[in-house]
Structure formats: C-alpha cells, structure tokens
Design a protein around this ligand. Structure first.
Ligand SMILES: Nc1ncnc2c1ncn2[C@@H]1O[C@H](COP(=O)(O)OP(=O)(O)OP(=O)(O)O)[C@@H](O)[C@H]1O
Ligand SMILES: [Mg+2]
Length: 292
C-alpha cells in the first residue's frame, strides 16, 4: 500500500473507520514486521575486560525500550557496541537487523540500514560545519535506495528540525559541537535524528545535562518520530524523568553488564523512588529523588 493514497485524516475499512495515524501504524506493523533489532546473548569487552555479560532483547519498530542502570553498569558500552565502535570487542553473540548480523558491518553500513546512535558525550569536530556533516550523512542514507538526495528538501528538513529542537538557524554554520553548550550538543543530536529519520534510534543519556524544558523538547522530537516514522527506540538513561515524557513499552535494569530486571513503565517509577538498592547498589539519595 502506498501511503500517498491514504486520506490524510482517516481511512475507511469495511466496517470501521480509524484515524490516519492508527491506520499508518497498522500498515507499518504489517509491512515492517521483520524490522526489529534482535540482540542475542551479546557479550562485549574493553581491553580484555568483559563489560556486557550476555544481553538479549528485541526492539521492534514503533516500540520504546528503556535501559536504566547506575554509573558504570555498561550502558554506553552496549550503545557503542551496537553502533560498531572499534574500541569495543565483541566476545559473543549476534545483533540482527533486516536479516543481517550487523556486528559484521562497519558503523556507516549500520547507519545506512537505519540505525542511529545519539552519543552521551557528542564529539567535537573542528573544521566541519554542522550543515556539511549532516548533508553528508543525509546523502549516505540514499546510497541503498532508488531515490536521490535533494538539497532543497534537505534544507527544509534541517530548518524544521532546528525549529523543533529549539535551536537557532545560524547553528548550522558552526563547526560540529565546537564550543556548543552541553544542552546544545544534546539538541544537535536530536536535530541529526530528526533529519536522518532512523528506523531504530539508540539514545545514550540524551537527557543528561538538560534542563526540564529541554528534556520536554527532546522527548517531543522522539515521540514525533515514533509516531510518524514508526521509529523504534532504545533509550538509555540513569534517571526516570525523561520517561515522564517518553513512555517506554519495556524497562530493563542493567547492573554490572547484565539485565537483572524487566518490567513496564511502573518499574521506572519504582526506581525513581527506591533507587537501585534492591539490586544491591547504593546511590546518593538526592540524585535519585530529583524531581522536575
Ligand atoms: N578502556 C577501558 N578499560 C577498562 N575499563 C573500561 C574502559 N572503558 C570503560 N571501562 C569500564 O566499563 C564500565 C562500563 O562503562 P560504561 O561507560 O559503559 O558505563 P555506563 O553505564 O554508560 O555509565 P554512565 O552512567 O556513567 O554513563 C565502567 O566500569 C568503565 O570504567
Ligand atoms: Mg554511559
């Protein structure tokens, strides 16, 4: 079914009428059933030390999965390993997307397949303007398709993405992340996500260092792409507060490289109140009770 033939407000099926977004979601579900990131018994090491100790989970498009865990539990290690950072050594396991074991692909091929990583600590790249960096990533996205990238379309998308992220347009002429505030760096990750429209987004502590208005803006952008593009999300976070705005379908607790608990949104609320104490991790009270 081609979406352009759908009525923008609603669709009529034999005996019932559903909203445009419900219909779109249904179509996506039918046509993208195989599109899920499958992590199978993944073990990852750094310099010979095992950090991720056998993780298995599946992120379908359109679903939001949250991984929560204390400092040093291996959250970023998992994110980097999924995206193919060379520092992280795959000791065992598979990560399948679109019938490919992506662990055998270089990072840019993983990106071309539709996987995106928002960094916990975005890199500064002196001499490369944000607009140039994004245009190059945008062009790459089209390498596997019959369509050609269109600069006018790109500019429009970029402008909208900047507005939606609450950023000024002149940021696109600045060198990537150089001199950006912590919050601007995080918003820039969101601008990249909005322009590249990934199928699966891995967001590593996208909320850290953001004030509450920025958390809300980031969440709105993520929710929009989940709804409009059926984006699957693996959101990694230390705190529950962003999950007030991005409601996860599943929540996992990661301790010492292992998933020790799994639940729904209520598990995140529990962690907000109780911390990781029941898993044997003591943290400072004020860190965990930080409310918006
Ligand atoms: N080069 C390295 N050599 C040895 N250990 C390392 C190396 N790099 C990272 N680690 C360790 O791997 C563990 C997991 O780190 P990681 O950054 O994945 O944790 P995290 O859960 O993302 O923490 P945070 O909440 O602080 O972001 C930590 O104990 C860290 O010290
Ligand atoms: Mg981290």
């Amino acid at each position: 079914m081609d979406f352009k033939y759908l009525n923008k407000t609603s669709m009529k099926f034999n005996h019932f009428k559903i909203s445009y977004f419900q219909g779109r979601k249904l179509c996506f579900k039918i046509f993208n059933m195989a599109e899920k990131l499958i992590i199978k018994n993944l073990r990852v090491g750094i310099e010979g030390k095992e950090i991720i100790k056998g993780i298995s989970l599946e992120v379908k498009r359109g679903e939001v999965h949250a991984i929560m865990g204390p400092n040093g539990s291996g959250k970023s290690t998992l994110a980097y390993a999924l995206m193919g950072h060379p520092k992280y050594e795959i000791m065992e396991g598979e990560v399948i997307y679109k019938d490919k074991n992506i662990l055998q692909l270089p990072p840019d091929e993983r990106a071309k397949l539709g996987i995106f990583l928002a960094f916990q600590h975005p890199l500064e790249i002196d001499g490369v303007r944000l607009s140039t960096f994004l245009w190059q990533s945008y062009v790459k996205k089209f390498e596997n398709s019959n369509k050609k990238p269109n600069i006018i379309e790109f500019r429009k998308e970029l402008k909208n993405a900047l507005i939606n992220a609450g950023m000024k347009e002149d940021m696109i002429d600045r060198f990537l992340n150089v001199g950006f505030s912590g919050g601007e760096k995080k918003r820039t990750e969101i601008v990249q996500m909005a322009v590249l429209k990934p199928e699966i987004a891995i967001l590593d502590e996208i909320d850290s260092g953001l004030d509450i208005d920025a958390v809300r803006i980031v969440a709105e952008n993520v929710n929009r792409l989940v709804k409009e593009n059926n984006m699957g999300v693996l959101i990694i976070t230390h705190y529950q507060r962003i999950l007030n705005y991005i409601r996860p379908d599943y929540v996992y607790v990661l301790i010492d490289g292992k998933i020790v608990d799994k639940g729904d949104y209520k598990l995140a609320e529990e962690l907000e109140k109780e911390g990781y104490l029941k898993y044997g991790i003591e943290e400072k009270e004020e860190v965990l009770t930080w409310k918006n």
